[in-house]
Design a binder for this molecule. Sequence first.
Ligand SMILES: O=C(O)c1cccc(C(=O)CC[C@H]2O[C@@H](n3cnc4c(=O)[nH]cnc43)[C@H](O)[C@@H]2O)c1
Length: 246
Amino acid sequence: MTQPQHGDERPGTPRLLVAVAVQAEAEAVLRGLRDGARPVPLDVGELRRSEHASGTEVDVLVAGVGPSAAAVSVAAVLAQHPYDLVISAGIAGGFVPRAPIGAIVLAEEVVVADLGAQTQDGFQDVSELGFGRIRYTPAPGAVRLAADALDAATGTVLTVSTVTGTAERAAELTARHPHAVAEAMEGYGVAQAAERYGVPMLELRTVSNPVGPRDRAAWRIGEALGALERAFVLLPCRELIQEISR
Ligand SMILES: O=C(O)c1cccc(C(=O)CC[C@H]2O[C@@H](n3cnc4c(=O)[nH]cnc43)[C@H](O)[C@@H]2O)c1
C-alpha cells in the first residue's frame, strides 16, 4: 500500500509510531526520547512528536484502552502519516515466572484471547469457528534484535478485553496459550490497523502486575512506567527499522 504523505515529515528520516493506551504511558515513552516533544494536531486528538537518540522521528499516540479504541485510533493516524514501524507499547500483566514485575516483554505473537464463542465443549476462538483470525506474527528478526537490546522476555502477548482476575482464568489462558508471557488490552487492535496499512508492527510491554487473582493495590505502575522509559532509551530504533525493511 502506498504510504500517505503529510508534508511535515523529514524525507529520509526513519519514522516510528508508538501507540499507548493512556497518558501516563505516553509520558514514560517520551521521557525515554529526546526532550521537547511537540504536538502534531490530528482530526481528532493529537500526536506528540519527538526524536530517539538514534535519529528516528517518533510520534507517540494515546490511542485509548482496549483493542477497538486502539485499532480506530491507529488506523486514523496511519491514514494521514507515513511510518516505517508501529509499536504497541505500555504496561501489562505478566505470566509468572516468565515475566515478573518490572520485566520488559516483546511479543513473538500477538494473539486475541477472548474473541470467539463459549460452547458446550468450551471456548472456541474465531479461527476455530471458521470466520476470523486471532494471531499476528511480528518479524522474528526485529523481535530478536529488540529483545537482545532490552534483555526482554519473548513469547505470546495476549490481548484481552477483560483483565484476568482469578487464578482459574490465568490457568485457562496458559493452558490455551502455553507460550504466553503477558496480557494487555490493545496489541491485537494495533496489529489489525498496522496490517491494513501495510506497516510492520511490534508489541513492547513492561510488567506492572502478575496475571492472576485481582489485587489492584499490588500493581506496581511506577516500576512498570520506569521500565517503559528505559526500554525506549535502549531500543535500537534505527536498526530495528533497517532490519524490518530488509
Ligand atoms: O492509574 C495509573 O496511574 C495508570 C498509569 C498507567 C497505566 C494505567 C492503566 O491502567 C493502563 C491500562 C492498560 O494497562 C494494560 N494492563 C496492565 N495490566 C494488565 C493486565 O493484567 N491485564 C490486561 N491489561 C493490563 C492494558 O493494556 C490497559 O490498557 C494506569
